[in-house]
Design a protein around this ligand. Structure first.
Ligand code: UT7
Length: 332
């Protein structure tokens, strides 16, 4: 069976209006703008405000615009894969809620949970449905309302994360563009360094766990930092090697936006020019599954058909990996 290629035919992002600046955080925890900028590169992040507002509401904004941009009717969408660690509810999946809110009446959908690697796992999964010819219109969403699981009394985590969403449309093509390859990894022994203590089946939320603030993200930053640099660098190398590509063949490197120092370390270890690395962490912080599609959205106008682009991510789990795509359209 000859496989089709799965091409990204459109990309759209959406971030909430409310800005949480480093100066705002100085009033909330013992931190300062200089420390945050120099240790992370973050200046501000966006926060989704409003009673009852959830991750799906950000996705509604992004996907509605994506449909218009790609001239897709709501009825045509067949599948939505929703990468998030901040689902609207533990059950049902946020993809189902999104489809209902937007009227994607013919689509089925499900959530995919791989923390900061969620989008690259999801786009790899979605591409297989296209490549086999099973579906023709698949939407991949990467979105997180991190403010719902962050402890704004914990300076080690609250300075890093923000809320945001990005989405792409995937469609089949017989041209040699689109998803090319992926090197994806996971290692559960890293789960002790980045996780949420309470709220799952092992340790359901109780009054006691809430008192101990265990419903929020815990991170031991240093081991995560080291593993992130190593994991992203090694999977990019493996990806290039097995596709017979040199770093000079890559037009853009799109890294997960977790820390400016991690991004620079990865680029420098690969001897990859920093000007070809997308960076918007200063504006949005770490939006978990949202970072990579938000970069695709903001750099879309600079991509040309045939450009090799590498997406790379590392996150809780541990999960990590790199994806090679060949951009499918000239900038519009
Ligand atoms: O996206 C998912 C994957 N996550 C990541 O990739 C994140 C990886 N880790 C990191 O980005 C960094 O480790 C952090 C940004 C989380 C922390 O930076 P760091 O350079 O590793 O700092 P550290 O945790 O080693 O802390 C250094 C010092 C400590 O003080 P002492 O012990 O040296 O006196 C901290 O208490 O900085 C202190 N510190 C702060 N000071 C001011 C920690 N957080 C803050 C803060 N403001 N917000």
């Amino acid at each position: 069976m000859s496989l089709l290629n799965a091409a990204i035919t459109g990309v759209q992002g959406w971030v909430p209006e409310t800005v949480l600046s480093n100066q705002d955080l100085e009033k909330m925890v013992d931190t300062n703008d200089e420390w945050i900028r120099s240790r992370t590169g973050i200046i501000e992040r966006r926060i989704l405000k409003g009673k009852g507002k959830a991750t799906s509401d950000m996705a509604v904004e992004a996907v509605d615009r994506l449909l218009k941009k790609t001239n897709t009717t709501k009825e045509e969408v067949e599948l939505v894969i929703f990468a998030t660690v901040t689902p609207d509810k533990v059950m049902p999946d946020t993809a189902n809620t999104l489809c209902d809110k937007l009227g994607l009446v013919n689509a089925f959908g499900y959530d995919l949970k791989a923390a900061c690697s969620g989008f690259i796992y999801a786009i790899t999964t979605a591409s297989q449905f296209i490549r086999t010819g099973m579906y023709k219109k698949v939407i991949v969403v990467g979105a997180d309302k991190m403010s719902s699981i962050i402890d704004y009394q914990d300076r080690a985590t609250c300075i890093i994360f923000g809320d945001g969403c990005g989405a792409v449309m995937l469609e089949p093509t017989e041209e040699n563009v689109g998803f090319q390859d992926a090197v994806l990894k996971s290692d559960g022994s890293g789960r002790q360094f980045l996780y949420i203590k309470a709220g799952g089946s092992q340790n359901p939320t109780t009054e006691e766990s809430a008192r101990l603030r265990e419903q929020y993200v815990f991170q031991d930053g240093r081991p995560v930092f080291k593993a992130a640099v190593k994991g992203m660098t090694s999977t990019i190398k493996e990806l290039l090697q097995r596709n017979n590509l040199k770093k000079e063949d890559i037009s853009w490197l799109i890294p997960h936006q977790a820390n400016m120092r991690i991004i620079n370390s990865v680029a420098d270890m690969l001897d990859f020019p920093r000007e070809k690395v997308t960076v918007n962490i200063h504006k949005y912080g770490n939006t978990t599954a949202g970072t990579i599609p938000l970069c695709l959205w903001e750099w879309e106008n600079q991509f040309n058909k045939g450009d090799y682009i590498v997406l790379t991510a590392f996150g809780g789990g541990f999960t990590w990996g790199s994806v090679l795509i060949k951009w499918a359209y000239d900038n519009k």
